[in-house]
Design a protein around this ligand. Sequence first.
Ligand SMILES: C[S@@+](CC[C@H](N)C(=O)[O-])C[C@H]1O[C@@H](n2cnc3c(N)ncnc32)[C@H](O)[C@@H]1O
Length: 457
Amino acid sequence: MGKLKKGQRFSVRIDGLSHGAEGVGRINEKVVFVPQAIPGDTAQVQLVHVKDRFAHAVLEDIIDPSPDRIIPSCPHAQECGGCQLQHMSYDAQLQWKRQQVQDAVERIGHLKVPVLPTKGMDTPFGYRNKAQFPLGRDGGQVVMGFFRRGTHNIVDLTQCEVQHPLITRLALQVKETVERLGIEPYDEIAHTGVLRHAVIRVSFSENKLMLVLVTKTKEIPHLDSLIQELVETVPELVSVAQNINPKVTNVIFGPETHLLWGETHLMERIGRMVYAISPRSFFQVNSTQTKVLYDLVKEYADLQGHETVLDLYCGTGTIGLYLAQEAKQIIGVETIQDAVHDAERNAALNGIDNGRFIHGKAEEVVPKLVQDLGKIDCVILDPPRKGCEQVVLDTLAEAKVRQVVYVSCNPATLARDLAHLAAREYKVGSVQPVDLFPWTRHVECVVMMSLGNGLGC
Ligand SMILES: C[S@@+](CC[C@H](N)C(=O)[O-])C[C@H]1O[C@@H](n2cnc3c(N)ncnc32)[C@H](O)[C@@H]1O
């Protein structure tokens, strides 16, 4: 069999899906990654990169489709980098996500723990409460949407299956008004222009919108007309803020944010709780599934009313406050100062007086907290994708915290951290995947770990 070369065409049977949701097959024993292909497909592909151990190919034709293949309902599915699995049935996505988690737990964590079926959505559309749209020009026209898969070219948005419909409505209006008023979109190559991103948030419970204009410059030409027209045409818009990002960077937000018009916060309800969300603070993007997630955390923590609970990586205090009525005290730790202020505001908003929030890095604050508090009964971990710093886990183990509930958006770092705690005598319970991100490769998980006899907090 000859050596594989770029440009060659093959028929290949796809039998797996990579963690980036690319189809995986084999040609002459070499692993080939094929974006847009799914297990069960037989596809005609063309090789685009050939390396020593693997190759990349583009999908040219489906010769025999997988039983899980569906026709995407989104017209941008082929080109848009936002969703990776629009061509796979929702049931198959849920099964694949479970398998992804299982593989991570076994291969990275070397743990034998059950991974439960993924908790999916009844209606997995229109679920996102936040979108970040870059703006630019294409052929003289203002375009606004998502980056084309693997590039910084903007796919001009006309429709989006995963955003709340109000987000798309406001986005289309922003684009039209910006074009008409002649507000120049940012050009990332020349580093010229004004408007870099439109970040839009919606409250599902109140049907209200927040718009954050991320600009290169402090001045926004025709600002009053822009706001007036947006508010008149999209009456659900209640808050307009500006974030200034003058740097040459891929990072969306700059350091300065201020209100331009309307309300300072958007209010969202999860279960019995109301949360105030400011332009920059983290809030789970799927409000409906967040309730499923937080209810699981509550069930796993099984609080009786006498416990001291740490909510580490607490964002705007959402999880801790969700549990506060069942605990003696809740202490949140978070690095973003604005989020800490929001957490305090959220506590007051919900009449909760047994919660306090500390600004700082978990790895620096936790060792001091352990010394000050003496006994900590239960810890909620909800770190960013990179997982927990080892010192956090070690400190909790040394403090003999009996119950740890881990919420994770990255199965790989979750598996690593579970293994670390398992080596420190924690018993790892079953892993429950929750689908917060239908049609994408992402999955959230909740796991309970307990020290000793494994009773609740
Ligand atoms: C996945 S979010 C979880 C937020 C919150 N638990 C929720 O459900 O909305 C992770 C949070 O950790 C914060 N963070 C990142 N690194 C941190 C660190 N070293 N110490 C404390 N917080 C951190 C981020 O700012 C972000 O708010």
